[in-house]
Design a protein around this ligand. Sequence first.
Ligand code: SUG
Length: 420
Amino acid sequence: MSALVEINFDGIIGPSHNYAGLSIGNIASSNNAGETAYPREAALQGIAKMRHNLDLGLVQGFFMPLDRPNIGWLGSLGTTVDDAEPNIRAAAFSASSMWAANAATISPAPDTPDGKCHLTVANLQTMPHRSHEWPGTLSQLELAFADKHNFTVHAPVPSPFGDEGAANHMRLCLTHDAPGIEIFVYGKSGGPFPARQHIQASNAVARKHGLDQKRVIFAQQAEIAIAAGAFHNDVVAVANERVLFTHEQAFEQPEALYDTIRNTMPDAEIVIVPADRVSLDDAIKSYLFNAQLVTLPDGAGMALILPTEARDNDAVWTYLTDLVAGNGPIRRLCPVDVRQSMANGGGPACLRLRVVADPATIDQRFIATPRKLDAMAGVVTNHWPEAINPEQLSDPELRKSIGKARIRLLEICDLSELDR
Ligand code: SUG
């Protein structure tokens, strides 16, 4: 008997974490450009979040940071760390694979015709610093989900169709192990900021995963949401089991989308946050929707694992405390401190990739235990740089210490084979 459960795989925050302001349309990234980042603190915050979720009784996995700076990518551009222009050098150093919600799109086994879980690695081609993540991510997915009876890992959708993975994909189902409906959210270009998820890519992923067209919905992200800084849909909406928790202004044609959802899945419950309670700006500043909406074990209902920024925003926190005091499905609020990632536009939900699978079918080296998290925290404390200013990226000593730190982490996780 297989036991399909939701597993959250968090991207470990890499030793090169820095604020270079590389993501146009991501307000936090632009506002913090040039600030000093604290990679050690950042990674410890991420590990503490994983520990928090393990303590809630959830199954937790992780992915290793990628090898940065990406010398091979610089080589393919005919340059080196020393010679590259500052923005290209910064792109080679980016620790952006921490945001595992952008690693891939997942269709769990109950949704697919061959009964396997399908994963398509995201090409992330819109942003140069993210466009070279996918080969390293693909290697990890192929290792973690090597069991071919249960998983199919697909190559990325080809250019020029931008695919940003699970951050623009939601699944509604009665329970994680039951067949669900999958909602692919795409953006249309033409606004002040790039639309990073293209409909052609969403269509391609749905086809490659073999999804039943009657159980797939394509929805356009609201243009005002992208213009306000919602560069991914998971900044303004999140789904879990039969619940969609969304800002009123998340989608271009919200009523049509809600009707389609209700017609396809009558048990769905849509919790709509009105703009007169929480403005789009407050939603984007506080990242309340970039929460992990999770089902607690033992019938305790659902919890939102939120950034502390949501607690610090009066309008948002008043709304949320009213929400959990009511009779709805969301029963508990759990603020977590991921401020270092937040300052680059990545909240709790950005840091994780959800996979519904039987944990026993996954390479156990990618599954977290309290002891492993302790060992990782030890490596981070001893080897992650304390602080990085983007101007330091040309320092050869910093480069060496970043490389060594990652290798130590791979060693203690028995994943040195990823060091290729
Ligand atoms: O792609 N930030 C990431 C944040 C990704 C958040 N993920 C989700 N919403 N799922 C991005 O914009 C900032 C990098 C910099 O500026 O150095 C950055 O890449």
